[in-house]
Ligand binder design. Sequence first.
Ligand SMILES: Nc1ncnc2c1ncn2[C@@H]1O[C@H](COP(=O)(O)OP(=O)(O)OP(=O)(O)O)[C@@H](O)[C@H]1O
Length: 124
Amino acid sequence: MKRSHTWSSSFRYAFEGIGYGLKTQRNLRVHVFCAVLAAGAAAFFHFTPVKWAILLLTIALVIALELINTAIESVVDLASPDLHPLAKAAKDTAAGAVLVSAIFAVIIGIVLFYAPVLEWVTAK
Ligand SMILES: Nc1ncnc2c1ncn2[C@@H]1O[C@H](COP(=O)(O)OP(=O)(O)OP(=O)(O)O)[C@@H](O)[C@H]1O
C-alpha cells in the first residue's frame, strides 16, 4: 500500500478511524452520547474553566481508550482468528482499560456535578 505523510492525509486517516469506530462500536456511540449530555449539563451549570478542563480531559480519555480498544480488537482478530489465550488476554485487558476509565469518569462526573445539581434542586 502506498503511504502518504501529508498533514491532510494523516488527519483524513485519523477521521476515517474515528468514523470506523463510531460505525462499528455501540459502546463508543454510547460514550459520545454521554459526553454530549455532560457537556450540555456543564454549559447549563456554568462550569468554571478548571471544571471544563477536567470534564473534557475525562471525556477525551474514555473516547480515546475506546478507540484504542477497537484498534486492539481489530489487530487481534487479524493476527489470531483462532482462539488463543494471548488473544483473549489482549482483548480482555484492553476492554478492562476502557472499563476503568468509564468507572472513574462516572466518579468524576459525580464530583463535578454534585454541588451544582444540589444547589439547582434546592433553589427550585
Ligand atoms: N481469538 C480469540 N482467542 C481467545 N479469546 C477470544 C478471541 N477473540 C475473542 N475472545 C474472547 O471473547 C470475548 C469477546 O470477543 P469478541 O470478539 O466477540 O468481542 P470484542 O471484539 O472483544 O468486543 P466487541 O463486542 O466490543 O466488538 C473477548 O473479550 C475474549 O475474552
